[in-house]
Design a protein around this ligand. Structure first.
Ligand SMILES: Cc1cc2nc3c(=O)[nH]c(=O)nc-3n(C[C@H](O)[C@H](O)[C@H](O)COP(=O)(O)OP(=O)(O)OC[C@H]3O[C@@H](n4cnc5c(N)ncnc54)[C@H](O)[C@@H]3O)c2cc1C
Length: 304
């Protein structure tokens, strides 16, 4: 495929990326927005959003996708593999070729962190799951384990409680870290039982998940929960492996930006869950997308 030239390239069609692409295009720039999977990112399957943005993740992402497309953003289905510079332009390499732009916004977000225990990979799609709204109906009347004590874990435990006989909410901290309303909703729900302070050490079964092994974080005693499914929400890992090492934090992998969301590489910006200092909610993803777009368009115009 021959290289395509744009004022601004946005990497990722999650909420940050779609917002950035729409905004940059509305400011008159030529814009491409590249996505390796389906548009929408982390919230595409969330039926009921929590926080200041109401409705479903699917509706939010679909509306943004429509608005960005109607504004004239070029949507590309490719996987970005690298970013480089040549002759004052930024070169974005993908699995299908390369494109270049005066400015690039990395909005490649994050992926759910794995537990890293035996059985997790073996039972993926056979009881190890991550989308309560998509997979919940398959666990009608069954017992499941949800791992984590933050907003995502509690939000998903509440969804699963609509289908399951019992949801075992396993977390290793002394306290749940989710916000108060979610904690209150979980504690008022008879189907959700808190199991803490415990960590999952293994997932066992035959054709599918049958047991989850636990260790008590205080006295190291072991126990098990009989269940058909396990959903882990223990944090996110940035999807930044394709970005130059010089713009990534060595420990976290998050992309480091200044107040204008520009990285150490001139013309390269980052927005949303992939960047250090991200606020964590959709409203922050959208604010990031708009701010990065404004800065990236100004940079692109200054280059003529
Ligand atoms: C289970 C869960 C529930 C949540 N619920 C809520 C909620 O109710 N309310 C709320 O405010 N927040 C919620 N959040 C947080 C919210 O989802 C995130 O803050 C927000 O979606 C981040 O958006 P993003 O665009 O930065 O990243 P992402 O949503 O991760 O989007 C990044 C996109 O980039 C693509 N991409 C990655 N790498 C490449 C590549 N190499 N090439 C091309 N494309 C690439 C990905 O496929 C993805 O589509 C939730 C998070 C989780 C995990």
């Amino acid at each position: 495929m021959s290289a395509q030239h744009f004022d601004v390239i946005v990497i990722g069609q999650g909420i940050a990326g779609l917002t950035a692409a729409r905004q940059a295009r509305q400011q008159g720039a030529s814009v491409a927005c590249i996505e390796e999977q389906m548009f929408g990112g982390l919230v595409i399957n969330i039926n009921e959003l929590d926080g200041s943005i109401e409705g479903s993740g699917t509706d939010l992402a679909s509306n943004l996708m429509l608005e960005a497309s109607e504004a004239g953003v070029t949507m590309l289905s490719e996987c970005v593999t690298g970013i480089d510079t040549a002759d004052g332009r930024l070169i974005v390499s993908t699995d299908q070729g390369s494109h270049n732009a005066a400015a690039v916004i990395v909005a490649s977000g994050a992926k759910l962190r794995k537990l890293g225990v035996p059985g997790e990979a073996e039972f993926e799609y056979r009881g190890v799951a991550s989308c309560a709204d998509c997979d919940g109906p398959m666990y009608q009347g069954a017992d499941v384990v949800v791992v984590g004590g933050g907003d995502s874990a509690l939000q998903e435990a509440l969804v699963l409680a609509q289908f399951c006989r019992q949801v075992h909410l396993v977390h290793h901290g002394k306290e749940l870290t989710a916000h108060k309303q979610l904690i209150a909703a979980v504690r008022a729900n008879q189907k959700i039982v808190e199991v803490s302070p415990f960590e999952v050490t293994a997932i066992r079964g035959d054709k599918g998940v049958e047991h989850v092994d636990l260790v008590n974080c205080n006295d190291r005693s072991t126990s098990e929960i009989a269940c058909s499914g396990i959903f882990a929400y223990i944090g996110l890992e940035p999807t930044s492996g394709f970005a130059p090492e010089a713009v990534r934090d060595a420990d976290s992998g998050l992309i480091v930006v200044d107040a204008s969301l520009q990285t150490a590489m001139p013309g390269l910006y980052a927005a949303g869950a992939v960047r250090a200092g991200y606020g964590g909610m959709l409203e922050h993803a959208m604010a990031d997308g708009e701010a990065a777009a404004r800065a990236a368009v100004a940079h692109a115009l200054s280059k003529g």
